[in-house]
Structures are given as structure tokens and as C-alpha cells.
Design a protein around this ligand. Structure first.
Ligand SMILES: NC(=O)C1=CN([C@@H]2O[C@H](COP(=O)(O)OP(=O)(O)OC[C@H]3O[C@@H](n4cnc5c(N)ncnc54)[C@H](OP(=O)(O)O)[C@@H]3O)[C@@H](O)[C@H]2O)C=CC1
Ligand SMILES: O=C(CO)[C@H](O)[C@H](O)COP(=O)(O)O
Length: 486
């Protein structure tokens, strides 16, 4: 049923309003309408509203509006408005305009990729004006927005009571459970979405490294590599990203007839959520090496002038390529799985640290549950993560969960062979290598940090702890080098 009436001609009847009708907003609006909700539509430039109605007006019951006043007037109370515009200043501008037209008790939801500290600020400021502000991470891209995204709403618990059923109705469903749950107060929803994207970066980087090894160590063409990823997608690596990797690798370029991947410039771009994740991890003191390497790998790939200037640098003596392709393929699979576990473990550690820092009480098992469907990192694997956190919500590291521990310990030799082989062939594998180093660091009996502490005490009297006595100590390095209690 299509209803393309103007809001000024009828009473407020829309259950939800969506402002910002680009890729994400238009598809989410259609998703709401397809689930039987009446949706008020608004976009800064009316052309997008009209295009949506012209192409998809049959999806359900829409209310066309042009101005913010008309838009707000079209909504049932308490009014619920989903903002899907560019993050940053545009979001602030839209919030300000909406807040001026809305009433206490109404709910503004920001579904964009906002920085969580902006969300904390916005929530506090709107709360003072009597409005509920919900920062909701939404993942799934265009397809997910239309057919069921993963939704991570933060904000006041009471606003979730008015909002939850609506959001859950359009979210992806896995085993009858919606991929949407209340995450916690203020910026928690956008924080976990940010870390989700950081994990997305790490996962993509690791898949890219596997592809690189197949191409340059085994000499496989894109089609053959696609076959491997397709096969892997039927096993414990089953995931959206592995699935689309095969599709991208199989795609032929219409102009040249060669695999599309071979004509795409090898410079990865980024909008910023991966970088935010790493900055936040630095502030929280959580080592997210897999995510950081992925962000830096994109930056390196994009340093085109520097790379062009460095192209003739010597490789040194390289080793032999693997002779047993089947064995090396299995090694790469196990290295990919183990490195993935590390990247997810680090991301979940960051979520625990952020939750503790801001007092959010985020339940990691709930996150694993709602990331099983709809989002970019959706994977079989997340069922195992959910089980691990269900069994022990305070698990010190995902790596220690029996299932993951077994997977890593049984694949450790493969992991080492892959990193060693890549190093001997001059193939960069920052994701595989740093994950392995993290794993070795985590399990180490004794790290060289003792020396770091000694050096710090030497040049700055920063003190150290002893293995055999409590308290802090300092050596009089520029005196008689005796030790004093600090
Ligand atoms: N694309 C994706 O796959 C995903 C995107 N997101 C996030 O969702 C949000 C929407 O993404 P997407 O659909 O790609 O759209 P864009 O991020 O490209 O934003 C375009 C929309 O923002 C509106 N806009 C821009 N500036 C202003 C302004 N100053 N005032 C009012 N409206 C403004 C545009 O209106 P106009 O038409 O008038 O220019 C248009 O509706 C973003 O925050 C994005 O980060 C989240 C998950 C996935
Ligand atoms: O939020 C998303 C998915 O969950 C976007 O797809 C993501 O922003 C893409 O990031 P980038 O452009 O930095 O690769």
C-alpha cells in the first residue's frame, strides 16, 4: 500500500520518522515500511524523498514531508526520529533543528557512525532539554539496512522500552533472536559499533593477507583463490566477509576481461571508525594490535608517492616458495582463524575496558549475539564467542575459552610456518605476524618489560617493583647504585 500524502493534510500517524535518505536512511525507511510501520520521510534536499517514493512507494505506508516542522507534526507521540545523515557537524545541525521542534519525552535516534564521545555530549545536552537521545550503531550496509541490520542502541533504558520493539522488528534475526538489544547508557551503542568496525578492519586485513599469500607464494590466480575462500566459507571460517571475498575475486572486469581485483588500485581508503578505535584503545591502554595493524596497512597502501619511490629497495635473499600447496593452504586457513581469534579477543577486551571506564555495564555475550546476523562481521564464529562469554562473562581473554584455545593450540605450528614463510618471501603479513607476537607476548613467562622498567628508573627515577618484595624501589644510578624503597 502506498500513501504519499503530505503531513500537513492529515493527523500525526507515523510511528517513526527517518531523516537522511541516502543509502542507509532510505533502505531503513523501506525496511520499517515493509514491516507495517508508517514512516515519515524527510531529507534536506526533497529530491531524495521524492526519488524514494517514486521508486519504492509501494513498499508500505510513507508520509512525505518537506520541512522539519511538517516532519515532526507527522509523528505519533512520543515522537521517534531516526537520523541517518553524515556523522559530525551535519548530525549536530540536524539534532538542533529537530530538538527545536520536538517536545519533552520525544526520542531522537542517531543511527550514523558517530564518535561515541559526541554521543555522550549530545545525550547529556538533550537530556537537559527533556529529550531522549539514543546513539544507535547500525551495521549491515545497504543490503542489511533493507533486509535486517544489526542494531546497537545506547541511551536511556526507558527510551528502549518505547523504541526496542520497533527496532527489533526490522533487525536481522538469528535463531528467532533479533540482532538488536539495548547496549547501555549514552555513548555505549556508538562505542561498540566503533569497535565492531575496528574488528571489521582487522578481519578484512587478515583476509587480504591470505589472498596475498595465495597470489605471491603459491602463484594462484583470482579464480582459484575464490575457490579456496568458497570452500572455507563452508567450514568454521564461515562469514559474510569470507563469502563476499570469493564474490569480489570472481568478478571479471567488463573492460579488460581480467579479474576486477587486478585492475583496482591497491590503495585502501578509510572513513575513520578504525582510526577512532585505535585512538580509543590507546587511551584505554588496551593492545588492539590486529586492528591497529589493519589501520596502518591501509595508510601504507595509500602512501602512493612513498611507495613509488621505495619500489626498488632490496628484498635481501629470499627463501623458496612452498612446494606442498595443499599443506600451505591449510596452514593459511589455520593462521587466518588464529589471527581472527586474536583480533576479536582484542576488540572484546576494548569493549570491556570502555564499559568499565564509562560505567556502561555492556554484556559481551549480548554483543556476540547481535553480531551473529545483519552486520559486516557476522560469522558462525560469533556463536562460539557468545558461548564463551555465556559460560564465563568475566573471561580474561577470549583466547582462553576452551574452544578457541584448542583451535589456536592445534593451529600454532601452521601459524608460525605462515609468518616465517611470508617473511622469507618478503610478503608483508602485519596482521598475521602481530597477532602471533601478541599471542606469544600474552603467554610469555617473562617479558623484556623488566628491562624497560630498569631503563625508566635509570633515566627518570620512575621506580620499579621487585618479584620478591612488595612496594616500589629505586636504584641510586648516579650514586652508589644501592637500592632504596621509593
Ligand atoms: N554507507 C554505509 O554502508 C554505512 C553508513 N553508516 C552511517 O550512516 C550514516 C548515513 O550514511 P549514508 O547513507 O552512506 O549517507 P552519507 O553519509 O553519504 O550522508 C548523506 C546524507 O546526509 C545528509 N546530509 C549531509 N549533510 C547534511 C546537513 N548539513 N544537514 C542535513 N543533512 C545532511 C544528506 O542530505 P542531502 O541529500 O540533502 O545531501 C544525505 O541524506 C552515516 O553516518 C554513515 O557513517 C553506517 C553503516 C553503514
Ligand atoms: O559502518 C560500516 C559497516 O559497519 C561501513 O561500511 C564502514 O564505515 C566502512 O568503513 P570504511 O569506509 O572506513 O572502510
Amino acid at each position: 500500500m502506498t500513501t504519499e500524502t503530505s503531513a500537513s493534510t492529515e493527523a500525526a500517524r507515523a510511528q517513526i520518522g527517518v531523516t537522511g535518505l541516502a543509502v542507509m536512511g532510505s533502505n531503513i525507511a523501506r525496511n520499517f515500511a515493509r514491516h507495517g510501520h508508517t514512516v515519515a520521510l524527510h531529507n534536506r534536499s526533497v529530491a531524495k524523498t521524492d526519488a524514494l517514493l517514486a521508486e519504492h512507494g509501494d513498499d508500505g505506508d510513507f508520509v512525505r514531508t518537506e520541512t522539519i516542522e511538517e516532519f515532526v507534526a507527522a509523528l505519533q507521540k512520543p515522537r521517534r526520529v531516526l537520523i541517518m545523515v553524515k556523522a559530525g557537524d551535519p548530525t549536530d545541525a540536524v539534532i538542533e533543528e529537530l530538538a527545536g521542534a520536538m517536545e519533552p519525552g520525544d526520542i531522537i535516534i542517531d543511527g550514523g557512525n558517530a564518535l561515541y564521545t559526541d554521543t555522550i555530549r549530545r545525550e547529556a545536552s538533550l537530556r537537559e532539554r527533556g529529550l531522549h537521545f539514543v546513539g544507535a550503531g547500525i551495521s549491515g550496509g545497504e543490503e542489511g539496512a533493507l533486509n535486517g541490520p544489526s542494531i546497537m542502541p545506547g541511551g536511556p533504558k526507558e527510551s528502549y522500552e518505547a523504541l526496542g520493539p520497533l527496532l527489533e522488528s526490522i533487525a536481522a534475526q538469528v535463531d528467532g533472536t533479533p540482532c538488536c538489544t539495548h547496549i547501555g547508557p549514552d555513548g555505549s551503542g556508538h562505542f561498540v559499533k566503533m569497535v565492531h568496525n575496528g574488528i571489521e578492519y582487522a578481519d578484512m586485513q587478515l583476509i587480504g593477507e591470505a589472498y596475498h599469500l595465495f597470489r605471491d607464494a603459491l602463484g594462484y590466480d583470482a579464480e582459484r583463490i575464490a575457490d579456496v575462500f568458497t570452500e572455507w566459507n563452508a567450514g568454521d571460517l564461515e562469514s559474510y566477509l569470507v563469502e563476499i571475498t570469493a564474490e569480489v575475486l570472481r568478478q571479471k572486469d567488463a573492460k579488460t576481461g581480467t579479474p576486477l581485483v587486478d585492475v583496482i588500485v591497491d590503495a585502501a581508503e578509510q572513513k575513520g571508525t578504525g582510526r577512532w578505535t585505535v585512538k580509543s584503545a590507546l587511551d584505554l591502554g588496551v593492545p588492539v594490535t590486529g586492528i591497529a595493524e589493519a589501520v596502518f596497512a591501509r595508510a601504507l597502501s595509500g602512501s602512493r608517492d612513498q611507495r613509488a619511490a621505495a619500489r626498488g629497495l632490496a628484498s635481501g635473499t629470499l627463501g623458496d616458495k612452498p612446494t606442498d600447496a595443499a599443506q600451505f593452504t591449510e596452514d593459511i586457513r589455520r593462521a587466518l582463524y588464529a589471527s581472527k581469534v586474536v583480533a576479536y579477543a582484542q576488540g572484546f577486551d576494548q569493549i570491556a575496558a570502555g564499559s568499565a571506564e564509562y560505567g556502561w555495564n555492556v554484556t559481551r555475550a549480548d554483543l556476540a549475539t547481535i553480531w551473529r546476523g545483519g552486520c559486516i562481521i557476522r560469522a558462525q564464529f560469533l556463536n562460539r564467542i557468545k558461548e564463551a562469554y555465556d559460560a564465563d562473562p568475566e573471561l580474561p581473554s577470549l583466547i582462553l575459552a576452551p574452544y578457541f584455545r584448542e583451535a589456536i593450540e592445534s593451529g600454532i605450528d601452521s601459524w608460525r610456518r605462515v609468518v616465517a614463510t611470508a617473511t622469507m618471501l618478503g610478503i608483508p603479513v602485519p596482521g598475521f605476524a602481530s597477532s602471533l607476537s601478541y599471542y606469544d607476548g600474552l603467554r610469555a613467562e617473562r617479558l623484556p618489560a623488566a628491562l624497560t622498567q630498569g631503563q625508566r628508573d635509570f633515566f627518570g627515577a620512575h621506580t620499579y617493583e621487585r618479584v620478591d618484595s612488595p612496594g616500589k624501589f629505586h636504584t641510586l644510578w648516579s650514586g652508589d647504585r644501592s637500592e632504596v624503597v621509593a
